[in-house]
Design a protein around this ligand. Structure first.
Ligand SMILES: [Zn+2]
Length: 113
C-alpha cells in the first residue's frame, strides 16, 4: 500500500525532529498534501495510526492541509490551476504544462510536548 510507505517515511521525519528537539511526545503532525499527489487522506490517517503505535508520536493528531494543483502553461505564459494530472490548460486547452505545485506531500510542522 502506497500510503503505508508514506506514513513510515513521515514517522521517520517526525521522530528525527522530535529527538533533535528533545521532545518526549509528539502531539500533532501537520501535513501538506497536494491535490495532484494521489495520496488518499483517509488511508494515510489509518496508516499513520498504525505506524505510530508504540512510538513517541502515538496518539498524535494528524492535521492535513490541501495544496491546490498549479501548472505553468507555455502558450499562456503563466500559472494556471490544475485539477488533475493529465488535464489540459483550463484557459487555452494546451497540454504543454509543467506542474509547479500540488504534486507533493510533506510534513509542514509538528507540535511536541
Ligand atoms: Zn494555457
Amino acid at each position: 500500500m502506497h500510503e503505508m510507505a508514506l506514513a513510515q517515511g513521515m514517522l521517520e521525519i517526525v521522530e528525527a525532529t522530535a529527538r533533535r528537539e528533545g521532545a518526549s511526545r509528539v502531539t500533532q503532525v501537520r501535513l501538506e498534501i497536494g491535490t495532484l499527489s494521489h495520496v488518499a487522506a483517509d488511508a494515510l490517517r489509518f496508516c499513520f495510526d498504525a505506524v505510530t503505535r508504540g512510538s513517541l508520536a502515538e496518539g498524535a493528531e494528524l492535521a492535513i492541509d490541501d495544496v491546490p494543483g498549479e501548472a505553468w502553461c507555455m502558450p499562456c505564459g503563466g500559472t494556471v490551476p490544475l485539477a488533475r494530472l493529465g488535464d489540459a490548460c483550463p484557459r487555452c486547452g494546451s497540454y504543454q504544462l509543467a506542474v509547479t505545485s500540488g504534486s507533493e506531500m510533506r510534513v509542514k510542522d509538528i507540535a511536541i510536548a
